[in-house]
Write a protein that binds this ligand. Structure first.
Ligand code: PLP
Length: 456
């Protein structure tokens, strides 16, 4: 423990943290952050850290932005709360819905606001199922999700998150979620080495077969992240999303693309599905929409789904779904300022340029004997640590290779995470300088080396 301050004592005594082993928390933390300055964080003891994960893939514009702070303060003074239930509205919610519809791929024009990514995906799944119920086909209820996908930790989304550790302790799973393998060429379930152009998993053939096995008449939707984030920064081979679109069209399924991490610029476009010119039926977003300054998430739906909700001839009835903070005016005002800043400062171009710079900086790490693979799309990087490069052998779980390397990085001034199976990640704010990016990559290399001692 670096400090025995009142904060640390209070935290250990009362604060329940997500994704934390509380029995071991006193060994390394809690890390009490007291200030954010651009791409850096300051801990209570004065220790400075590069914000290597932009918080949790969220603080895209960095900390301390006066424009975002001002937008929040202005709105708090004007109108701190307005519901959107029952047709009530407020200017920020309206303007943000208009703006998001303008930025979304063609063919999507309705926007539902939620408080975060889990609520957004819960909503998308409910809207997809509602579509089929209202079409008189309630048996079309199965949602196909990918192994290693992460879609949140609420009710149905906990089950749609296909990462084992999230399930064991919570009893029954939600019904009608079915799993297909991840398009993960480095460890392809169809066998490695994998040739993505011909592999049954990476071409979507395995998914299509699963739909046929289940019976398309029972399947409502497919859900996928354009880049699997928490599952290990897995970048599907080019064309995968397009194949999913084709399969969904062929079998009358809705395509839900989870852009909770990738939305609002992280891969150099407003939405990552633009790279494949794919228009999903539903896009979910959160995190980067406000740069994490205030909680906001949502779902963008296709023109067709939006028409179904409002066209009198379709007899849409009431949408019996919503949350207290849907369209929260302060969150929407911050999101508008955030989007305006991305446009004004041409940050999508900056992300594309920094993507190249980061790829160059990462090149030496690709050769590291303990690095099996470095994966990158935009400003999202995953570094998969292995015990043996040639055989891709993983470390035994008890070596905690990724967790220890991330803890070491923290000591050296970089806040990062060790994801499941020893995958380190880097997803800095868009505003990071080349120098800071270089230092972050250096720290990662040093931290992998410094934690080598526990080789099994
Ligand atoms: N979907 C993806 C791709 C995510 O990465 C996350 C969170 O990390 C979520 C959904 C859930 O979002 P939240 O934690 O805001 O509920």
């Amino acid at each position: 423990m670096t400090s025995a301050s009142n904060y640390v004592r209070g935290d250990l005594a009362h604060l329940i943290h997500p994704l934390t082993d509380h029995s071991r928390l006193s060994e390394t933390g809690p890390l009490v952050l007291v200030r954010g300055e651009g791409c850096e964080l300051v801990a209570e003891d004065g220790h400075r850290l590069i914000d290597g994960m932009a918080g949790l893939w969220a603080v895209n514009l960095g900390h301390g932005r006066e424009d975002l702070i001002e937008a929040a303060v202005r709105q708090l003074r004007e109108l701190p709360y307005a519901a959107t239930f029952g047709g009530v509205s407020s200017p920020p919610a309206i303007e943000l819905a208009e703006k998001i519809a303008e930025l979304a791929p063609p063919g999507l024009s309705g926007v539902f606001f939620a408080s975060g990514g889990s609520e957004a995906n819960e909503t998308a799944i409910k809207l997809a199922r509602r579509h089929w119920v209202r079409a008189g086909r309630p048996e079309k209820s199965i949602v196909v999700a990918h192994d290693r996908g992460y879609h949140g930790l609420a009710g149905v989304t906990t089950t749609a998150t296909r990462l084992g550790p999230y399930h064991g302790d919570f009893g029954v799973a939600a019904p009608d979620i079915e799993e297909v393998p991840a398009p993960y060429p480095y460890r392809c379930s169809a066998g490695t080495p994998c040739d993505p152009e011909n592999c049954t998993v990476c071409t979507g053939e395995a998914l299509e077969r699963k739909v046929e096995e289940l019976g398309a008449e029972r399947v409502a939707a497919v859900i996928v992240e354009p880049v699997f984030g928490s599952g290990g920064v897995i970048v599907p081979p080019p064309g995968y999303l397009r194949r999913l679109r084709e399969i969904c069209d062929r079998h009358e399924l809705l395509l839900i693309v989870d852009e909770v991490i990738t939305g609002f610029g992280r891969t150099g476009t407003w939405f990552a599905c633009e790279h494949e010119s794919v228009a999903p039926d539903l896009i979910t977003f959160a995190k980067g929409v406000t740069s994490g300054y205030v909680p906001l998430g949502g779902v963008i739906v296709s023109d067709a789904l939006w028409e179904e909700l409002r066209e009198p001839a379709a007899n849409p009835g009431v949408l019996w779904h919503g949350f207290t903070h849907c369209g929260h005016p302060v969150a929407c005002a911050v999101a508008l300022a955030n989007i305006e800043a991305i446009e004004r400062e041409d940050l999508l171009t900056a992300v594309r340029e920094k993507t190249e710079t980061l790829a160059g900086l990462m090149a030496p790490l690709r050769e590291h004997p303990r690095v099996g693979e470095v994966r990158q799309m935009g400003l999202m990087v995953g570094i998969e640590l292995v015990a043996e490069k040639a055989t891709r052998q993983r470390w035994p779980a008890e070596a905690e290779r990724g967790r220890r390397a991330a803890a070491e990085a923290r000591e050296r001034g970089l806040l990062t995470r060790g994801l499941l199976n020893d995958i380190l990640c880097l997803a800095p704010p868009f505003t990071i300088s080349e120098e800071t990016m270089g230092r972050a990559v250096e720290i990662l290399g040093e931290s992998i080396d410094a934690t080598e001692d526990l080789h099994p």
